[in-house]
Ligand binder design. Structure first.
Ligand code: ADP
Ligand code: MG
Ligand code: ZN
Length: 679
């Protein structure tokens, strides 16, 4: 579309839209009510920031977290956009600046914290400043079911009605219930235009491993990625603290984060994480929404997430910049039991619990997948795809076996003991282990006793884990730890269905997955140097590193090695404003010291006029002392040359007006030649 593409390039520095962005931008610019569901890192911010620049008036952005708003405002300002935030975290000067910009009609985006809407004065103020669009980020915060619920979000509906302007809502949460709630609460039940697609994040490597020695597994995974920013998600607060200590003892820079910490300490971790290169945060799911860092290189789950949506959102925090990122999710029978129990013992109404079991099942299906994990994952979100080539099962296909016989033996052990026992005791029966408990219950008299001697204890554990994963057995909430058969298992028990299981990998030493390098070996030193420069600039400006340039941009610089500002402008992520501010500094890293460029020329970098300017300069050099080389030295100023370079026609009179009669006499003809040739 016209208008959007140049802004995309010049302001945001992107060559093209990501999947889905363009249609959303079009609809928002056109003033439609929009609900856009896009994965984390899919690029939602752009879908309201770009339209805000194309529309008259102020776009009001409602976003749940102050830290996140401030980062976005800073990034916008760095790209030359007039944006501001009104939050409780503002300094007086910041607030003053926002008001001045509003008064002068310059402000394009106003970020506001939802609690501000509660103030009675807010409505009048928002009406006065000419809000023409409301953008709601993290719109799932209106959902009372979600753990991100923000009561103040419920005021947005009334705000939309009062201002009577279009509203665009954004979220990464895909499930139908949340979607319906957003439509009801934000749009008064009148369905907006809904965009739902683009769920693939092909740069994220997916991997699951059965828990063996989880601490060692996580430490190994982190060791292979030392110096790269990552998140380790844990199921409990205590574990975040012990694991972060363990990581520090191994020489990593690591800290922990959970909801039990006070707000100030949590903020410190968030800030450190966004600023520092290579910090590891070991966290509970409380560490989430506030994380807007695009260059997280890996995410590990020390414990199984609670649903396929949570999994997707958590791994989705890595690699937002599109550069390679890696993930590892550990899971074991205890995780499955814990998650099931949490659902059963939770306070949600019954139909919600059924849905929660379903979402957990989907995740377990992914964990126990026998083919490409991405196919399974995207399949869940309704997308069909080819094997991805970027998951552990594409790397090394699963070894499988017909597990029907084993599963039937296990089920029979469960049924013959009245569904009263957990996996440990059942395995003792299967392998013929005469423990005290077995003898006391006379379970050595059962026909099932010792029928499973072909497998050892560990292998049986893997079979039971996979049975849980396929939802063939569930823990009975009434009988602590006891396993109960589900209806899904009946056809297998009756010999009407068979089942394929993974030949489990837990006995083999866990393979260390090869670490993917971000750039080839020969470009690696340059990339480090570029990162060092970025860190220095970021520290000086007190902004997160990616606000200067994202990883992806630095990678492209290291690979393309632009030799001048024009070539630099062609790098993805380099817009006009950033080129002006940082271009020379990074060029210097790439090419060493170089002749400084006049600011007037720098403004033309990456444009045809830049080239014309250079030719004018050359033509001028030949005429400094006149055609015969004997006249008085004369030259035009850089800004005159820049203006000539940007002239639309090749009109001699216009040229004379620009240069003055004397200069036109000496250079006019030669300059006109240059201009004619350039057209
Ligand atoms: P979300 O809010 O959907 O999680 P963001 O808006 O934070 O995602 O964007 C994630 C990353 O993607 C950011 O680093 C952003 O600069 C980058 N990005 C967004 N749109 C594009 C695009 N069209 N081309 C390249 N990078 C993009
Ligand atoms: Mg976002
Ligand atoms: Zn795959």
């Amino acid at each position: 579309m016209t208008g959007a593409a140049p802004l995309l390039r010049d302001v945001f520095g992107f060559d093209s839209f990501r999947p889905g962005q363009e249609e959303i931008v079009d609809a928002v610019v056109a003033g439609e009510n929009v609900l856009a569901i896009m994965p984390t890192g899919g690029g939602k911010s752009l879908c309201f920031q770009l339209p805000a620049l194309m529309r008259d008036g102020v776009t009001l952005v409602i976003s749940p977290l102050i830290a996140l708003m401030r980062d976005q405002v800073r990034a916008l300002q760095a790209s030359g956009v007039c944006a501001g935030a009104l939050t409780s975290g503002n300094t007086e000067e910041e607030t003053e600046m926002v008001w001045a910009a509003l008064d002068e009609g310059r402000l394009k985006l106003l970020y506001i914290a939802p609690e501000r809407l509660a103030a009675g004065s807010a409505m009048g103020m928002l009406r006065r400043i000419g809000v023409s669009l409301i953008a709601v980020d993290e719109a799932h915060c209106v959902s009372q079911w979600g753990h991100d619920f923000r009561p103040d979000y419920l005021k947005i509906g009334a705000l939309r009605r009062a201002l009577d302007v279009p509203l665009a809502a954004f979220t990464a949460t895909a499930d139908a219930e949340t979607r319906d709630e957003i439509v009801e609460k934000l749009f008064d039940g009148v369905p907006p235009r809904i965009f739902l697609h683009g769920f693939d994040r092909p740069n994220i490597h997916l991997a699951f491993t059965a828990k063996n020695n989880p601490r060692t597994q996580i430490l190994q995974f982190a060791a292979a990625r030392k110096g790269r920013s990552g998140i380790v998600y844990c199921g409990t607060r205590a574990k975040t603290e012990t694991l972060s200590r363990a990581l520090r003892e191994e020489g990593h820079s690591a800290c922990f984060y959970h909801a039990g910490m006070d707000a100030e300490d949590r903020r410190i971790v968030e800030t450190r994480f966004s600023r520092e290169d290579g910090l590891i945060v070991v966290a509970t799911v409380a560490f989430g929404m506030g994380v807007d860092k695009p260059d997280i290189r890996w995410v590990a789950h020390a414990d199984l997430p609670k649903s396929i949506e949570s999994y997707y959102q958590e791994i989705g925090r890595s690699g937002r910049d599109g550069a390679p990122a890696e993930t590892l999710t550990l899971f074991g029978p205890e995780d499955i039991r814990l998650r099931r129990t949490q659902i059963d013992e939770g306070l949600a109404p019954p139909e919600r619990r059924v849905a929660d079991h379903g979402r957990l099942n989907a995740l377990l299906g992914l964990a126990e997948a026998l083919k490409c994990r991405r196919q399974v994952l995207l399949g869940y979100f309704g997308e069909e795809s080819e094997p991805c080539g970027n998951c552990d099962l594409c790397d090394t296909p699963a070894e499988v076996f017909d597990g029907t016989e084993a599963v039937r033996k296990a089920l029979s052990a469960i049924l013959r003991t009245g569904e009263w026992f957990g996996a440990g005791h059942l395995i003792d029966i299967l392998v013929g282990n005469k423990t005290e408990k077995v003898q006391a219950r006379r379970h050595d008299q059962l026909p099932t006793f010792g029928v499973g001697r072909e497998y050892d204890k560990r292998q049986w554990q893997a079979v039971f884990r996979q049975m849980s994963g396929h939802d063939l057995v569930r823990p009975d909430p009434e009988r602590h730890g006891a396993l109960k058969m589900t209806e899904a298992a009946r056809p297998i028990l009756m010999g009407e269905a068979s089942i394929t299981l993974r030949l489990d990998t837990i006995q083999k030493a866990p393979r260390r997955p090869a670490v993917k390098a971000l750039v080839s070996e020969e470009d690696a030193p340059l990339l480090s140097a570029l990162k060092a420069k970025r860190r220095a600039l970021a520290e000086a400006a007190k902004v997160p590193a990616y606000v200067i340039f994202p990883d992806r941009t630095l990678i492209e610089m290291a690979e393309m090695r632009p030799g001048n500002l024009d070539q630099m402008m062609a790098i993805g992520g380099v817009g006009a404003k950033k080129l002006e501010r940082f271009g020379a500094a990074f060029l210097e890293v790439i090419n060493g010291e170089s002749a400084p460029m006049h600011p007037a020329r720098r403004k033309l970098a990456g444009r045809a006029a830049g080239n014309v300017y250079d030719q004018l300069l050359q033509a001028q050099a030949g005429l400094m002392r006149g055609v015969d080389g004997i006249d008085k030295v004369m030259s035009c100023s850089a800004s005159q040359l820049a203006r000539v370079a940007q002239m639309r026609g090749d009109d001699a009179q216009a040229l004379e007006r620009l240069l003055g009669a004397r200069h036109a006499e000496r250079f006019g003809a030669a300059f006109l030649d240059v201009l004619r040739e350039a057209r």
